[in-house]
Design a protein around this ligand. Structure first.
Ligand SMILES: Cc1cc2nc3c(=O)[nH]c(=O)nc-3n(C[C@H](O)[C@H](O)[C@H](O)COP(=O)(O)OP(=O)(O)OC[C@H]3O[C@@H](n4cnc5c(N)ncnc54)[C@H](O)[C@@H]3O)c2cc1C
Length: 316
């Protein structure tokens, strides 16, 4: 008699979440906290898409208020810093203690009147969430700005910055049993069932009552999904010349910060500046060499007292 091939095991869940970036992981945590059975399906590694590339800024709206009015985006994210702070200080069910890099980032205006006015009007729109740092001389400024030649304005934003790898690890540790890896993109069949395959285990069929697509760029495969694509060409700077850690938006004449700097540590514990903002948005049209030249120009313009010759640049 021919041996009977066992049927694929079937798992029934309330919710299947496709995609393990920050959106999928956060949803998984909240659903489980509220008593739903939920399973998150990831096709590569958690956070592989945009999340691991993120600068880790928990935006509260300052970046979206540079047009002189509170935009819809600014209203939507207004409560995010407070929510994340509760998690970062262990006061929420989502426990992200250990992931905080800094409590505040800064918004910096240069001497140019447009930059100065843009920052000033944004601060008027966000009282209590964007405060001018003044009256203490340069000593109260971030180390990179503690120079007599700095003549701009410094605002402290109510926006923490997190270490994204630590955030991902916290979700993975807490919800390990509810996260499955699929070999390749997970795609629901016509009846909603999702068959998961992986070389290290037998195929598994998931029958969810509801499926949430949190696959970021992977959602592009869905004919009905609206996508917002915003490619970026980011720059990394490291080396002895870096003037200490900096977490700041430099405001220019446009409603997008001309440069956004966050600071991270490489595997040897050396500081690395991560440059985004308009530099990264405009940089998608530049090749690697031109983008590095543009980044060097921008840094030399904004922080001319720093000796940038002892720094190395990379892009991705
Ligand atoms: C360079 C950069 C810097 C940024 N900085 C910030 C910042 O400082 N602050 C901020 O708030 N935002 C920032 N953002 C935006 C932020 O990173 C994204 O909004 C956020 O990470 C999106 O998360 P997500 O979970 O929706 O998608 P993603 O992080 O892209 O996650 C999608 C996941 O789905 C998986 N996947 C895809 N297809 C499938 C499939 N078919 N089956 C299973 N799994 C699948 C992917 O492998 C991935 O893990 C930045 C973005 C970039 C690119």
């Amino acid at each position: 008699m021919k041996p009977v091939k066992p049927l694929n095991p079937v798992v029934r869940v309330d919710v299947a979440i496709i995609g393990g970036g920050i959106a999928g992981l956060w949803l998984l945590a909240r659903l489980r906290q509220r008593g739903y059975s939920a399973l998150l399906i990831e096709s590569e590694r958690l956070g592989t898409g945009q999340t691991i590339c993120s600068q880790g800024i928990i935006h509260g709206g300052a970046k979206y208020s540079l047009r002189g009015q509170i935009s819809e985006s600014a209203k939507v994210v207004a409560d995010m810093p407070a929510l994340w702070r509760r998690c970062l200080h262990g006061e929420d069910d989502i426990d992200l203690r250990g992931a905080l890099l800094v409590e505040h980032q800064y918004l910096l205006a240069t001497r140019s009147p447009t930059s100065w006015l843009t920052a000033f009007f944004a601060s008027r729109l966000m009282p209590g969430r964007m405060e001018r740092v003044g009256g203490v001389g340069v000593d109260g400024y971030p180390p990179a700005l503690r120079h007599a030649a700095f003549r701009g304005a410094v605002y402290r934003l109510d926006e923490p910055v997190v270490d994204v790898a630590t955030v991902l690890a916290a979700f993975a540790d807490r919800h390990r049993e509810a996260i499955v890896l699929n070999h390749g993109p997970a795609v629901p069949a016509g009846d909603g069932a999702i068959t998961l395959r992986h070389p290290e285990r037998p195929a598994l069929v998931i029958r969810p009552a509801c499926t949430v697509f949190a696959a970021g760029a992977g959602n592009a495969a869905l004919p009905w999904a609206a996508m917002q694509l915003r490619p970026l060409h980011m720059v990394l700077v490291r080396g002895l010349g870096l003037p200490g850690p900096l977490f700041a938006h430099f405001v220019g004449a446009s409603d997008v910060p001309r440069l956004t700097v966050t600071t991270h540590c490489d595997a040897s514990g050396h500081l690395v500046w991560y440059l985004g903002g308009k530099l990264a948005e405009d940089g998608v049209k530049r090749d690697r060499h031109d983008q590095i030249r543009a980044a060097r120009r921008e840094l030399a313009t904004l922080l001319p007292w720093v000796n940038w010759s002892r720094t190395q640049f990379a892009t991705f």
